[in-house]
Design a protein around this ligand. Sequence first.
Ligand SMILES: Nc1ncnc2c1ncn2[C@@H]1O[C@H](COP(=O)(O)OP(=O)(O)OP(=O)(O)O)[C@@H](O)[C@H]1O
Length: 272
Amino acid sequence: MTVITHERFQGAREPEYETEAADAQAGAASITLTGLEKSFGGNRVLRGINLHIPAGQFVAVIGKSGCGKSTLLRILMGLDQPTAGDIRFDSADGGAGEPNARIVFQEPRLLPWLSVAENVAVGLGDKVERRLGLAEAAAVLSEVQLAEKASEWPSRLSGGQRQRVALARALVSKPGVLALDEPLGALDALTRISMQELINRVWRELGFTAVLVTHDVSEAVHLADRVIVLDEGRTALDLAIPYPHPRRHGNSTLAELEGKLLAAILGKESAR
Ligand SMILES: Nc1ncnc2c1ncn2[C@@H]1O[C@H](COP(=O)(O)OP(=O)(O)OP(=O)(O)O)[C@@H](O)[C@H]1O
C-alpha cells in the first residue's frame, strides 16, 4: 500500500463509488483520491475531489475545456503536486510501493534518431540489456499490430501508427496504471475508432487500471466502465457504463448515456 499524504482536507467524505472491476492483473492498483485540491495562484482548479477507482477499472474523465482534467491526471501521475488532499494506491496483489504507472499524451513524443523498436524499449528504462529490451519491444509491437515496423524510423509512420508506438512504449513495462491524456485527439475519425478498439483490447488482455482524459463523449462511453464529469473543480456526475466489452459503435443504449453526459457537461449553459 502506498499513501501519498499532502495537507489533509478537512471534512473529506469517504468515496461513494465501489464497483470492482473483473479481471485486474496482479500489478494493477486501485486509486483513492480524498479531498484533492489544486490551485494555481488564485485559480482554484480542483476543489475537493473524492474518488475511488478499483484496480483494473477503466475510468474516463470528461468536462469543458479548462475544467482541470489534465491537472487531475498530472497529479495522479506524480507530475504535479496537489495543494491539499491525499492520493493512495493499493496494488491488487497487496504489494507495497508505488505502482508502475505510465502515461500516453496526445503527441507521441517519439525519439526520431531511434527505430520504432528502440523507441518502445525506452519504456523499459536504461537498466535493461539492449537485446532483451528489443525482444520485449517486438512482443508489444505485435500486440499493437506493428510488428513489421520494428526497424522503421518514426518519421516514416502515419500519425495513428506513431501513437500505437507510444502506446507500446507505455505498455512494454507492464504498467499497473495507465493514464491516457487525449491520446487520440490528433487522429482522424476512422483511425480513432480503430485505436479505441486497440486500447480496449489491450486493456482487457493486460488488466491495468486505466484513466482516460478525453473531449470525446462517445469515446468515453465506448471505452470506460465509468465516466466522471468534472465541472468547476468538482465531480458533477459519476456515471457507471455497465455494458460488456467490446462495445459496438452506434448502440442506442450507449447513445442515451452519451446524451446524459453531454447534458451534465453543458447543463448550465443549455438551461440559460
Ligand atoms: N502550470 C500551470 N500554471 C498555471 N495555471 C495552470 C497550469 N496548468 C493548468 N493551469 C490552469 O488550470 C486550469 C485547468 O487546466 P487543465 O489543463 O487541467 O484543463 P483541461 O480540462 O485539461 O483543459 P483542456 O480540455 O482544454 O485540455 C486552466 O485554467 C489552466 O489555465
